[in-house]
Design a protein around this ligand. Structure first.
Ligand code: MN
Ligand code: MN
Length: 423
């Protein structure tokens, strides 16, 4: 039997899911795919289409990946024919380092060339599993994705910081601040780290074990004022992630770390869900966390929830590139680049997206569950321009003359920013 278009999603997709994919294609744009599925045979398809077989792909294909990327398979007619380099990289493709105690994988400029200003690390720690004491040249911003962890650091005055973090909590460690992360009961944690340098790598940090292994024992002896033999069992190579016992109570650890200096007055953690959304509409909500409410941070975040049918409105950021991580749901984003170029790509949980500074974009929920993602910026302040707000605050006649629209259409343009539609 002759194969039809790839959009009929044959064998690997169960019928129920297939209907969903076809439905979303129907509501979006793929007239051909839907028709093919509806008529069910090549002959019938040909009758509908005539001889035009342009939108078919009869050669080899990775159907599950094509199904996840309908806008790459059949781009909207508004996408440009001139190329726009990819702005998507799934963590599923990332190189994973596994240890007893957890694992780590990263998406940096090496994986996603456009992502020059920021990089991300996704890490899992078991209960008791430790990301060992270390520091680095980049600032570390983090969000807890699952479970709970204890984080430790000292501030620039040597005062200690020890806190427990849960899902959606953030932390921020400025460059050079030494810190650690340890999974707690019952099942440790998984989190995302975002660094303000695309060239960052988790494998190029200053580690406690690594430092000790590269120092003569007589130097360690002089430095700490103890016998050389005391260091005979130090690790000979880096630990990076290792399994140990779950720590004692938070109060105990805080007391033990504080010593005579006392606790740091700084809070390196932020409880995101304790703040009210910055903007809430029928279509969803946005929480902005930057140095205005999270004092220590020099990385800004917008946490966005878009309900089914909703869309994060058209906007751009004047001050920084946007590094995205998709936490839940499905969406698509068009980035309108300079020089008459535009590209649309699809995203789902675990994907990284990227938008260069000043480029216009929207993110539309294309699934039937809430779409949740974070927009990250290498800036202490969040800034955006809303496309609607801009047009609504430009003389009406001028906008109408550009777009060939009538007064009623102009008047309907919303006047609000940082929004998720419908309002
Ligand atoms: Mn770190
Ligand atoms: Mn944005």
């Amino acid at each position: 039997m002759e194969r039809m278009t790839k959009t009929n999603f044959k064998s690997p997709t169960p019928p129920q899911k297939r209907r969903k994919i076809i439905m979303s294609a129907l509501t979006r744009r793929s007239f051909i795919g839907t028709t093919a599925a509806a008529v069910g045979s090549f002959a019938a398809l040909q009758k509908v289409l005539g001889a035009d077989r342009s939108k078919t792909d009869p050669g080899p294909a990775n159907q599950p990946l094509d199904g996840q990327n309908p806008d790459s398979m059949w781009p909207p007619a508004t996408d440009s024919k001139s190329l726009v380099p990819t702005f998507k990289y799934p963590f599923s493709f990332a190189n994973k380092r596994t240890y007893e105690g957890g694992w780590s994988r990263e998406v940096t400029v090496r994986e996603l060339p456009v992502s020059k200003s920021m990089a991300g690390v996704n890490m899992r720690l078991t209960a008791g599993g430790v990301r060992e004491l270390h520091w680095h040249t980049s600032a570390e911003w983090a969000i807890m994705l699952y479970g709970t962890a204890r984080i430790t650091a000292i501030d620039e005055n040597g005062k200690s910081f020890v806190a427990d973090t849960k899902k959606n909590d953030l932390w921020f460690f400025p460059s050079g601040i030494p810190h650690s992360i340890q999974g707690l009961q019952p099942d440790g944690c998984e989190f995302l780290l975002v660094f303000d340098d695309g060239d960052f790598s988790e494998s190029e940090t200053v580690l406690l074990s690594d430092s000790i292994a590269h120092l003569p024992t007589e130097v360690l002896s002089k430095n700490f004022g103890v016998r050389e033999q005391a260091f005979q069992n130090v690790p000979k190579k880096e630990l990076f992630i290792f399994q140990t016992d779950v720590p004692p109570s938070l109060a105990e650890d805080q007391k033990s770390a504080a010593g005579a200096l006392g606790k740091s007055p700084k809070d390196f953690a932020f409880r995101t869900m304790e703040m009210r959304p910055t903007k809430q509409t029928k279509g969803g909500e946005v929480r902005i966390v930057d140095s205005r409410n999270f004092k220590v941070t020099t990385t800004a975040m917008a946490m966005v929830t878009v309900h089914p049918g909703g869309m994060r409105e058209l906007h751009w950021h004047p001050n920084a590139d946007e590094w995205q991580y998709y936490i839940a749901g499905k969406g698509r984003m068009t980035v309108v680049a300079t020089g008459n170029r535009a590209r649309t790509m699809d995203f789902q949980e675990g994907d990284v997206g990227y938008v260069q500074k000043t480029l216009l974009h929207y993110i539309e929920n294309t699934g039937d569950t809430d779409l949740m993602f974070i927009e990250m910026f290498k800036s202490d302040l969040y800034q955006e321009f809303s496309f609607s707000e801009w047009l609504a605050h430009t003389p009406a006649e001028l906008v109408m003359a550009h777009l060939n629209i009538d007064r009623a259409t102009y008047d309907a343009i919303p006047k609000l920013g940082i929004s998720v539609t419908p309002l």
